[in-house]
Design a protein around this ligand. Structure first.
Ligand code: G16
Length: 560
């Protein structure tokens, strides 16, 4: 079939630099003529030769259903057809969760994937859209590829588009746009099958059958995981429909901020606490994040969550029983709780910069099986993205396992049991969203000067004596690449830490993240409230960073 291919003149747009996880901007920015086309062309031109390049490629395409998805899908079809891509595997209506895209890329041995999501950022005409490229291992493109994409966007003069009719993504099956084959699939089924190969569904069903009063509430936050949660909890595990809330994906997430934390998943938290639920969980817009809570205000920090999953993995989850656990990894700001599990189990453990892309090499080299980030990301080497629903299933598996030995164990009990073995890493993150960029940069510059001068080393602030200070740098042990400037760390003699870094996922102004962590091995303190336990250290963090004077903010936007 001959398709007419048009070369369209364009000009570079400023700021098409992928951040922590792809390009995220306001929808209105993506809607400018040529803006989206430029970026998609840059992606297609950056698919590494070692991965086969764009010509003849098979790409998985999926998004979280947010506003503007439909238009971008058609752009991808036209530019892919013009670039000589062979096949696009696309979710029905373009909807596939980020972890399910990662799985599909691996399962179908695709060249890579294009993900249309701004993750947990709000959606709708006045909010955010996002585009990201994943490699053939299913994971986010590493920095050499994202840098290449950015370089192309800075000089792009034209893109090529094929004159093909609009594709209907509401129909399952195969269609053609010129020579390009488009296979529209149900993005849920393969993913649920994958979960069945990882977890012991029978053991989980047994647990629910013998604990008929155990109440679960899953919050899809009107993001992509609603249909996954419904299929899993209601249709597969047989829980009542009241076990799922906000399970219909909406282009604007119902006006809510689809970020599973105590602030934005407030509705879930309220319901779990007020309506006698034993277990509550939420996932974000594109399904890679998760939050786990128990009844009676038991909140599992993501740092504790990954440590607890690692602790029980080989006992409670068949996938790890079979494959073993090779090593553990966490992002730098994530608490050291996971390291304690690694040490006890004699496993290698790694500290990488913020960004899931940094785990991929370790997993491919079989040096990391379970990893997590304080930013509500938890996952394993079953795919190369963090996986919200996987993490929720891991927790349900642990609850079923622990209850077999000690019936009646709650989420709170599991937390306390863990602290009794390892001690407790109190951890909290303060986010200051949409602050003025210059103030945030100046604050970081001043802290960098303090690192260079070394003047705080050995000094005590609020009773905490500074041991070291640096701007975190990561040497990837697999490919030798170096990533500098990944966050300011102030580490104290008692192992307490303060970390300051600027977010790489915001679309407006700057977001300052302040992380504080303090370890306790005193059992009398394990049940203490986090904010009270950390108050003295938070005061030191605010004093040392002079955050208020640099940002003008007295209070954070979100505390987790
Ligand atoms: C993304 C990345 C994560 C990162 C998080 C926060 O998550 O995939 O690895 O931890 O952003 O990054 P930052 O602190 O730079 O905002 P998601 O769920 O937004 O894709």
């Amino acid at each position: 079939m001959t398709t007419s291919i048009k070369t369209v003149s364009t000009q570079p747009f400023e700021g098409q630099k992928p951040g922590t996880s792809g390009l995220r901007k306001r929808v209105k920015i993506f809607q400018q003529p040529h803006y989206t086309e430029n970026f998609i062309q840059a992606i297609l031109d950056s698919i590494p030769k070692s991965e086969g390049g764009a010509v003849g490629a098979t790409l998985v395409v999926g998004g979280d259903g947010r506003y503007y998805l439909d238009e971008v899908l058609q752009v991808i079809v036209k530019l892919s057809a013009a670039a000589g891509v062979s096949k696009l595997i696309v979710g029905k209506d373009g909807i596939v969760s980020t972890p399910a895209v990662s799985h599909l890329i691996r399962q179908r041995k695709a060249t890579g994937g294009i993900l249309l999501t701004a993750s947990h950022n709000p959606g709708g005409p006045d909010n955010d859209f996002g585009i990201k490229y994943n490699m053939s291992n299913g994971g986010p493109a590493p920095e050499n590829v994202t840098n290449q994409i950015y370089e192309i966007t800075k000089t792009i003069k034209e893109y090529k588009t094929a004159d093909v009719p609009k594709v209907d993504f509401s129909q399952l099956g195969t269609q053609r746009a010129g020579d390009l084959v488009i296979e529209v699939i149900d993005g849920v089924t393969d993913y649920i099958d994958m979960l069945k190969s990882i977890f012991d569904f029978d053991a989980i069903k047994d647990f629910f059958n013998s604990n008929k009063n155990y109440k679960v509430l899953f919050d899809g936050m009107n993001g992509v995981t609603g249909p996954y949660g419904y299929r899993l909890f209601v249709e597969e595990l047989g829980l009542p429909e009241s076990s799922v809330m906000r399970f219909k994906p909406l282009p604007d997430f119902g006006g809510a901020h689809p970020d599973p934390n105590l602030t934005y998943a407030h509705d879930l938290v309220e319901r779990v606490n007020n309506e006698g639920y034993d277990f509550g969980a939420a996932s974000d817009g594109d399904g890679d994040r998760n939050m786990i809570i128990g009844g009676n205000h038991a909140f599992v920090t993501p740092s504790d969550s990954v440590a607890i999953i690692a602790h029980y993995a080989k006992d409670a989850i068949p996938y790890f029983k079979k494959n073993g656990v090779h090593g553990l990894a966490r992002s730098m700001p994530t608490s050291l709780a996971l390291d304690l599990v690694a040490k006890k189990q004699g496993l290698e453990h790694f500290e990488v910069p913020t960004g899931w892309k940094f785990f991929g090499n370790l997993m491919d080299a079989k040096r990391c099986s379970i990893c997590g980030e304080e930013s509500f990301g938890t996952g394993s080497d079953h795919i190369r993205e963090k996986d919200g629903v996987w993490a929720i299933m891991a927790w349900i598996s642990i609850i079923a396992f622990v209850n077999k030995q000690s019936p009646g164990s709650s989420v709170h009990d599991i937390l306390q049991k863990h602290y009794n073995i390892y001690g407790r890493n109190f951890f909290s993150r303060y986010d200051y969203e949409d602050v003025e960029g210059k103030g945030a940069d100046d604050m970081v510059s001043r802290l960098s000067e303090k690192i260079n001068s070394g003047e705080w080393i050995g000094k005590s602030f609020g009773g905490f004596q500074v041991k070291t200070m640096d701007n975190f740098s990561y040497n990837d042990p697999i490919d030798g690449s170096v990533s500098n400037g990944q966050g300011i760390r102030i580490i104290f003699e008692d192992t307490s830490r303060i970390v300051v870094r600027l977010s790489g996922t915001g679309s407006q102004g700057a977001t300052v993240r302040l992380y504080v962590e303090k370890y306790s091995s005193n059992p009398a303190e394990y049940a203490n409230a986090t904010q009270e336990a950390l108050k003295p250290l938070i005061d030191v963090a605010l004093e040392l960073s002079q955050l208020e004077s640099y940002t003008g903010r007295k209070e954070p936007t979100v505390i987790t």
